[in-house]
Ligand binder design. Structure first.
Ligand SMILES: *Cc1c(COP(=O)(O)O)cnc(C)c1O
Length: 430
């Protein structure tokens, strides 16, 4: 095949022999948009470059972590300095305290923190902790919310198996999900019903802004209802801010939305592109974790000094730049552009956005939960995706992933994004 994707095609052939599906995480295989994935050789600032030397404005941003764009000088400098002092110690170092203090300062609901190596690891630790704290076993999660790939939460995790406790993956025994109850996002009745039926619910876990079914924003009534029910039934609220932490404000979406987390999960941005996750809560909960308490949780590379340095430099830079107002203005403007183009092209669209996260859904319905998200025409999305790629914009290769903005995106980058999005939607007109 002679195409602009020649070298990606060659890389795919090699990759498929030695990596499962040629990738290390499924969405990278581009399965839901068809065609073959692009392979990357480099990323700088607001752009990412494939092995065929095509340059894209990057809206994927490693699915969230690269909020400063790629290779930010301050982060590079911090990482280089950290590497100079060794790679891993197996004992606590000062940057772990520094990063913990910085996060705790930004999250009123967190008094103590534990660092781990991924969002998945953070979430699975909090489930164990919530069960230990309450002495109860069941967990309520919302259809379409993704919390990493631990067994118990691979139910209705953004795939077709939306409404009941059926594992979304082979290899997950039914016993592993029998304590997982599924409610509908933005539907407080479904939560109330579950709490009525089951006496042994330990926690409700949610994405405060859902980002793994495309962006879905909670209503105020839904969140205040959740909180009231949780207090009434003695159930903990686990707010999974792996995606939203430090993304829409310096701190959590929980402050912006006014929901009180009992336990908070973090990841992505707090590692600045390195493998970091974290969970935190008030001391009365966190002190149950070993070595103070009887909830065991450990990690050889947890609090890795290079990753801590990257996270710390990233958060310092975010605090300095305070880009959140501009993020919100830009997604607002982008939403208007998409809506205007779709109107002209006579294509139904619903755009959801919050802070630096945005998703267009190709549907005429409001998108408020997983079911309505699924009314989006994914074939239209696939055409749109490839048109954007052709015009030098790297979007997430799935309808059900959020787009992200970075601080590295210049005014020119952003107006080019708006122009290309506009034209690509016009091009969808039959
Ligand atoms: C990405 C994500 C996770 C999983 O984090 P990993 O680092 O990929 O394990 C968990 N929860 C949410 C909300 C996420 O967006």
């Amino acid at each position: 095949m002679s195409s602009v994707f020649q070298k990606s095609a060659e890389a795919l052939k090699r990759a498929e022999k030695v990596l499962v599906g040629g990738v290390n995480s499924p969405v990278r295989a581009f399965t839901s948009v068809g065609g073959q994935p692009i392979f990357i050789k480099e990323a700088q600032g607001s752009h990412i470059i494939d092995v065929d030397d095509q340059v894209y404005l990057d809206i994927v941003l490693s699915y969230g972590p690269m909020i400063l764009g790629h290779g930010h000088p301050a982060v590079k400098e911090a990482v280089a300095a950290a590497i100079d002092k060794g790679f891993s110690y197996g004992a606590t170092a000062e940057d772990e305290i520094n990063l913990a203090e910085m996060i705790i300062g930004a999250f009123p609901a967190i008094a103590k923190i534990r660092f781990v190596n991924s969002g998945t690891e953070a979430v699975l630790s909090t489930i164990r902790l919530a069960r230990a704290f309450t002495g109860k076993d069941k967990i309520i999660k919302f259809s379409g919310c993704y919390h990493g790939h631990m067994d118990a939460l691979l139910v209705a995790a953004g795939s077709g198996l939306a409404t009941w406790s059926i594992p979304s993956s082979k290899g997950v025994p039914e016993a592993a999900v029998e304590n997982t109850l599924i409610a509908q996002y933005n539907n407080i009745e479904t939560v109330a019903n579950l709490l009525n039926e089951h006496a042994d619910v330990a926690a409700i876990i949610l994405e405060p802004i859902a980002g793994n079914m495309g962006v879905v924003v909670p209503t105020n009534d839904f969140l205040s209802g959740l909180e009231a029910l949780a207090r009434q039934y003695g159930v903990l609220i686990i707010v999974d801010e792996v995606m939203t932490g430090f993304r829409s404000t310096f701190g959590g979406a929980q402050e912006l939305l006014g929901i009180k987390a009992d336990i908070t999960c973090l990841g992505k941005v707090i590692g600045g592109g390195f493998p970091v996750g974290a969970y935190g809560a008030r001391a009365g909960i966190m002190d149950m974790v070993a070595p103070l308490g009887k909830v065991y949780q450990a990690g050889t590379l947890s609090g890795n000094p290079v990753a801590m340095a990257a996270g710390l430099a990233t958060l310092k830079e975010l605090k300095k730049q305070n880009p959140y107002q501009q993020f919100a203005e830009r997604t607002n403007s982008l939403a208007n552009t998409i809506t205007a183009a779709a109107f002209e092209a006579e294509i139904p669209v619903t755009v959801n956005h919050f802070g630096s996260m945005i998703s267009p859904f190709f549907t005429g319905q409001p998108v408020t939960d997983f079911q309505s998200a699924q009314t989006s025409d994914t074939n239209v999305f696939a055409s749109f995706f490839w048109d954007m790629i052709k015009n030098g914009i790297f979007l997430p290769p799935s309808q059900f992933e959020s787009w992200f903005l970075s601080t590295a995106m210049s005014t020119e980058d952003f107006s080019r994004l708006e122009q290309v999005v506009y034209q690509s939607i016009i091009n969808l007109k039959k």
